[in-house]
Design a protein around this ligand. Structure first.
Ligand SMILES: Nc1ncnc2c1ncn2[C@@H]1O[C@H](COP(=O)(O)OP(=O)(O)O)[C@@H](O)[C@H]1O
Ligand SMILES: N[C@@H](CCOP(=O)(O)O)C(=O)O
Length: 299
């Protein structure tokens, strides 16, 4: 296998994970993208970052996208090179919209785009490599395949995923709090207990099944289908502002959940203008991106 193209470009969607009861398994992709281009060069790797992470993320071989690209080339049996990369980043880092999963998927897709034969790195390998790289198949699956997905780990340790049917008219609103409240996924996982009461496990099992029905076209089930007892409450102390917004929205009848490990809040509904205005007055970004159905795409 060899690098056969002078340039590759990719766009990868932001994703939400959990969606309330589907902890570590449910995910969905949004029409809100990072875009990355890369050129193989003779020389030292350099990364130009525009937007989110500019001046913060590494601009050399330590960059997550470059590391994933190298892992993809290695998996396909292709030689390494130096790289000139340009990242246009929109997905907030540590925001609960799967930025690290999208970055890993971007690098692997770029490897696919540079190869003489992309079949050497099939999409399913992009999914499993990105999962081993980043650790969250619930974000990686929608980033790779688009739409809503359920992901799980097989007994042999391999990640799997399958699409979940979603009513195309389902409205989604994403509430991104001010940047000062960013929270790394690692930190948000440290506060989770190792075991949970059986009643709570049963509660989430039923709610996850209800959410599947709700997504597929039963909006009357969205409130019940977005209840959770496995992660959100345990994270309250590290997500006080987001939990308060989620609680308030739910009291008003909106099916609101914490997106991924937070602090972004996901609402499976359209907000009333006044509610939107109030959030914006408090520094929240209110996005209505729509559901991405294509997943990561080479451009
Ligand atoms: N586009 C990117 N380029 C380089 N590094 C990134 C990129 N996106 C995410 N990362 C890395 O991943 C970290 C955020 O990952 P994480 O804590 O899992 O939050 P989330 O995935 O919810 O945004 C960032 O602080 C950064 O180190
Ligand atoms: N299931 C994970 C999802 C993490 O998503 P992220 O977008 O916050 O990285 C969790 O809840 O920890």
């Amino acid at each position: 296998m060899r690098i056969a193209h002078e340039e590759a470009r990719v766009r990868v969607p932001a994703t939400t994970a959990n969606m309330g009861p589907g902890f570590d398994s449910f995910g969905m992709a949004f029409r809100f993208y990072d875009e990355v281009s890369v050129r193989p060069i003779i020389g030292v790797t350099s990364v130009r970052v525009e937007g989110v992470g500019e001046g913060v993320v590494p601009t050399d071989d330590d960059n997550l996208v470059v590391r994933a690209l190298r892992a993809g080339l290695e998996a396909a049996g292709a030689p390494q090179a130096g790289f000139e990369m340009r990242c246009i980043n929109r997905i907030p880092h540590g925001g609960g919209l799967g930025s690290s999963a999208s970055a890993a998927v971007a690098g692997l897709m770029l490897a696919r785009g540079l190869l003489s034969d992309p079949r050497a790195l099939p999409l399913d390998s992009v999914f499993s490599l990105a999962t081993s790289f980043e650790g969250h198949p619930d974000n990686v699956a929608p980033a790779v395949y688009g739409g809503a997905t359920v992901a799980w780990i097989e007994a042999d340790g391999n990640p799997r995923s399958a699409p979940m049917p979603v009513d195309g008219s389902l409205p989604v609103t994403i509430l991104v709090p001010p940047p000062a409240t960013r929270l790394s996924t690692e930190e948000a996982r440290r506060v989770l207990p190792n075991s949970v009461p059986r009643a709570d496990a049963l509660f989430n099992t039923s709610r996850a099944a209800v959410l599947m029905l709700a997504l597929a076209g039963r909006p009357d089930l969205l409130m019940a289908g977005t209840e959770d007892r496995l992660h959100q409450e345990y994270r309250r102390d590290v997500l006080p502002g987001s939990m308060a917004v989620m609680d308030s929205l739910r009291e008003q009848g909106y099916p609101a959940v914490i997106s991924g490990a937070g602090p972004t809040v996901l609402v499976l509904a359209r907000l009333a203008d006044q509610t939107r205005f109030t959030l914006e007055q408090h520094g929240w970004r209110v996005l209505v991106p729509g559901i991405d159905t294509q997943g990561a795409r080479l451009l």
